[in-house]
Design a protein around this ligand. Sequence first.
Ligand SMILES: [Zn+2]
Length: 99
Amino acid sequence: MATDYDAPRKTDDELSEDSIEELKARRMDKNSGKVDVDEAEVAETFELPGADLSNEELSVRVLPRQADEFTCSNCFLVHHRSQLAFEKNGQPVCRDCAA
Ligand SMILES: [Zn+2]
């Protein structure tokens, strides 16, 4: 009788454990997939302000130009005074634009 009780109990425990492990594994897969999507969405949202900061850095580089530099009135790039080709109506034009 004891073996009859032990045998079904062991099989039930093994079956229940396997099913629980399978459920856990499936839940882990689903959870991990959701986490990956969330992280990707968060990363995308963080990329936007990063791009804005890079644009701000580019604009900041142009504004505080040095005394020996000028902003081309045609391409609006900051060049060294040595790259100044001529001034058109008082506005400097770089050699690249004059060429
Ligand atoms: Zn230019």
